[in-house]
Ligand binder design. Sequence first.
Ligand SMILES: [Fe+2]
Ligand SMILES: [Fe+2]
Length: 169
Amino acid sequence: MLKERVEKALNEQLNAESFSSYLYLSMSSYFESLNMKGCATWMKVQAEEEYEHAKKFYDFILQRGGRVRLKGIEEPQTEWKSPEDAFAESLHHEKYITGRINDLMDIAIEEKDHATKIFLQWFVTEQVEEEDSVGSVLEQIRMVGDTKHGLYMLDRELGQRSAEAHESE
Ligand SMILES: [Fe+2]
Ligand SMILES: [Fe+2]
């Protein structure tokens, strides 16, 4: 059985992952508005992954005999200054989520909840990958600057990578 403190923290993370999904979907629609289809696809795949993360929390809370309590999802931003700005915010957001996962792990340790610790380990690893992949796109986008040709090539490449990720799921 989950301790109340752990259950509350897991529910809050379920909400944070749901917001992540919403944020990336909003970024996807921003890229659609720029006609950058590759980035839009990349962000949509991100949004789908975040929804999977939210569902992992949902399932785990239930599995442990807890109660899932869904809360309102914060309204995401809809406009960014540039593609670089959107990816910079993604990286900023992933770092924030990493911080939350670490705090959650601290709670599990304090409450001696070993099952939650093991469950969270996957997320600790996932956050390393997330920061790395978003960070590398941001670096590439900074390298091409606002050259139209560079952005066009990068957009194509990102759309391709997402399609491959889908196939390997
Ligand atoms: Fe996530
Ligand atoms: Fe993420």
